[in-house]
Design a binder for this molecule. Structure first.
Ligand code: C5P
Length: 309
């Protein structure tokens, strides 16, 4: 997350993520699933502008832009995807994050917020969670609050399973519901091509369609491969337990599997609960070539991205 401040205006650039490993260890009594997942931020960003207001109202304006400002990204949004309508009230995680901070601190001030969305929604890229994490940080800054990182982590976990990941920087293994974040260092940048098809998938529906699996895979094989750095080894260790379920729920997943099989990438995987899908490339140049081929196939929005530390 990059934060800039101009007088009383806070500007936050908050990234999307992909999961390179996602294992479901079991179902919990609270209805959530116990996870072990490896996530990295990628350079596809939403931007949040926040200014404190004396009116006491939270006013949220959302703007969805079809083009990504991520370095070198190619964005071929299908017209079928259409403009997505984003909630501007309590259904929006940004609004809820501000409300939680306000309640917690007993603040009477309000805020004017503009959210510029480039990260596709319902896409397994955690755009909403990333926006929520940025909103927590912005609210603390704009309202000049004395919050500890522990206060923020507690609110993050109330907002969603992925929110805490965005409060810490860089790669991390996330456990529990996803809110127990263990940062991972020493991994080089990866070049990826991400495709978000026109149809998203609802996280809750994907998890609830999951049947119990007898075997589970540990993240350690992938971590060793990433530290070693050989792309073929990394490709061989990619894993997402939710992918077979998502494939049964959306025809786009099998289409993307086939398209990436033919696209000359070193490895490929669905991100999170889908429906976005990514391919692992040897270099940014290789990724741009792959993106050009995929863009011509009408698969959805195509982004060339790098993982971020
Ligand atoms: O926490 P978040 O709001 O992102 O989760 C959305 C839904 O995904 C949850 O309501 C739950 O149904 C499912 N989920 C799960 N196990 C997790 C994370 C999410 O079952 N670890």
């Amino acid at each position: 997350m990059h934060i800039r401040r101009r007088d009383d205006l806070f500007e936050l650039w908050t990234p999307a993520k992909v999961n390179l490993h996602l294992e479901v260890l079991g179902r919990r009594s609270d209805g959530f699933h116990e996870l072990e997942t490896l996530m990295c931020p990628i350079d596809l960003y939403d931007t949040l502008y926040v200014r404190s207001e004396t009116t006491g109202r939270i006013r949220l304006e959302c703007e969805q832009v079809g083009s990504s400002l991520a370095n070198g990204s190619i964005d071929s949004q299908l017209s079928a995807a259409g403009p997505q309508v984003l909630a501007r009230g309590p259904d929006n995680l940004v609004y809820r994050a501000l409300e939680y901070v306000r309640q917690e601190a007993g603040v009477k001030l309000g805020a004017t917020v503009r959210l510029v969305k480039r990260i596709p929604v319902a896409a397994g890229l955690a755009g909403g969670s990333s926006d929520a994490a940025a909103a927590l940080v912005a609210a603390v800054g704009a309202w000049k609050l004395d919050f500890t990182s522990r206060d923020l982590l507690r609110l993050a976990a109330r907002l969603g399973s992925d929110v805490a990941f965005f409060l810490s920087a860089g790669w991390a293994v996330c456990r529990g519901r996803g809110e127990i974040v263990q940062p991972v260092t020493g991994i080089g940048n990866l070049s990826l091509v991400v495709v978000s098809p026109p149809q998203g998938l609802a996280t809750a529906e994907v998890f609830s369609a999951l049947s119990r699996s007898r075997e589970t895979r540990s993240v350690s094989t992938l971590l060793e491969a990433l530290r070693d750095g050989r792309i073929s080894r990394i490709a061989g260790a990619l894993h997402n337990r939710l992918q077979p379920v998502a494939r049964r729920m959306s025809p786009w997943i099998a289409r993307l599997e086939d398209a990436f099989d033919q696209a000359g990438v070193d490895g490929h995987l669905m991100s999170g609960s889908g429906s976005s899908y990514f391919g692992l490339c040897r270099s940014a140049r290789h990724a741009r070539g792959v993106a050009r081929r995929l863009s011509a196939q009408g698969l959805g929005r195509v982004f060339v991205v790098q993982s971020r530390d």
